[in-house]
Design a protein around this ligand. Structure first.
Ligand code: MRU
Length: 379
């Protein structure tokens, strides 16, 4: 293989703007998103003035990634409450906007509980709305703290697993500041390694079909000045075979009680490759992604997405004659069927460790996960 170890790109910046923020302009409160469907070409804000707009942003992946979905869900409830919409209806619409990331329903539940408690304590609707907003801010801040702690614990773990330093890390999908109140999950660990001078290369799976790796992880890695290389998902096998991967770091959308990990489709094949090649496969996820109520991986609902994401190359935001339009180029014969699950499920036996803010679980067993749950939000 030609020397893949180039000089890291210059730069040490986070994404251009926060992935999500709450604002209160004179016209009324809004949730402002960095529109992830437009990155990296455009750093554009998407302003949600109501819950249907936020639900649409969640479905189209303008806002995405498990921890950020939890934060979005909580602010969505606050938005409905502060603007005087039906909170229960808003909560249901938000919770079911996407089914797999358990954080979404968790964030919604937290804000609704704060709202209901304030009402039950005799508070006015305005007080209850303020309580929902305060809870959304708390969910946001807690995720930032969890992210920082996971980065510390993950860096320590890498040091133990790979004592030689000079890590070459393979990652899948996007798990940085774009999905978090802080610097993310798996990406935050790679970033900590980069800052410690211990990251030799970040291998970035492009992540078909919506290219979260090629578009978003590459964007974040470039801005942070990391040495990174994008590869087609199907090239990961030859990279392992060439001995170019020291560890796999990924995030998670839901972790069942038995330790099975749902994450972006393509994660499970990486776990199988990692086992075959004796490479650690490490999952980094806050405890808000643990779901003790789902007994086993087979019971995790995996989102199935529209077939056109596979059968077409779609450029949703192009400008023709100064006007924005969408272009979709068919790549299959007309009528081709597509299989397009958004996630897959990796059994615990293939996972070397799960790094949470409440501690590292390794080996991954039902009991060890229950123990971490008891010292976290479930305690
Ligand atoms: O469909 P997406 O882009 O929302 O999927 C996101 C992922 O699969 C991430 O890897 C996961 O949410 C972990 S992010 C910390």
């Amino acid at each position: 293989m030609a020397d893949p170890y180039g000089v890291p790109q210059a730069g040490a910046e986070a994404p251009a703007m926060p992935a999500l923020r709450w604002e209160e302009p004179p016209e009324g409160p809004v949730v402002v998103l960095l529109d992830q469907t437009r990155l990296p070409a455009e750093e554009t804000e998407l302003v949600c003035t109501d819950v249907p707009a936020l639900v649409q942003a969640i479905r189209t992946l303008a806002v995405r990634g498990a921890p950020l979905l939890g934060i979005a869900g909580a602010y969505g409830v606050a938005l409905a409450a502060v603007r005087g919409f039906d909170v229960a209806e808003a909560a249901a619409a938000l919770s079911y906007a996407r089914p797999t990331a358990v954080n979404l329903a968790y964030g919604v539940r937290r804000a609704v509980a704060a709202y209901d408690e304030a009402l039950a304590a005799g508070g006015t609707v305005e007080k209850a709305a303020a309580a929902a907003l305060a809870e959304a801010r708390a969910v946001h801040a807690e995720d930032a703290r969890a992210s920082a702690r996971m980065a510390e614990l993950g860096l320590e773990l890498l040091g133990e697993l790979l004592p030689g330093g000079g890590h070459r890390i393979l990652t899948h999908c996007n798990t940085g500041a774009l999905v978090s109140g802080g610097e993310g999950t798996a990406f935050a660990v790679a970033l900590a390694a980069h800052r410690a001078g211990e990251l030799r290369r970040l291998w970035v799976d492009e992540t078909r079909p919506l290219l979260q790796g090629a578009r978003l992880t590459a964007y974040e890695a470039a801005r942070a000045g990391m040495a990174y290389t994008v590869l087609p998902d199907g090239a990961a096998g030859s990279l392992f075979a060439a001995g170019e991967v020291d560890a796999v770091l990924i995030g998670a959308d839901r972790i069942a009680a038995d330790g099975a990990v749902a994450n972006k489709v393509g994660s499970y094949p990486l776990a199988v490759l990692a086992r075959y090649h004796h490479v650690p496969f490490v999952v980094v996820a806050p405890t808000t992604t643990l779901d003790p109520e789902t007994e086993e991986g087979a019971l995790i609902e995996v989102e199935q997405r529209a077939g056109h994401e596979v059968t077409e190359i779609s450029l949703p935001h192009v400008y023709v004659g100064g006007a924005e339009t969408g272009v979709a180029l068919p790549v299959t014969p007309p009528g081709a069927q597509a299989y397009n699950p958004a996630f897959d499920v990796t059994p615990a036996e293939l996972v070397t460790a799960i790094v949470t803010e409440a501690g590292v679980v390794s080996p991954v067993t039902r009991d060890a996960l229950a123990e971490v749950c008891s010292t976290s939000r479930f305690g």
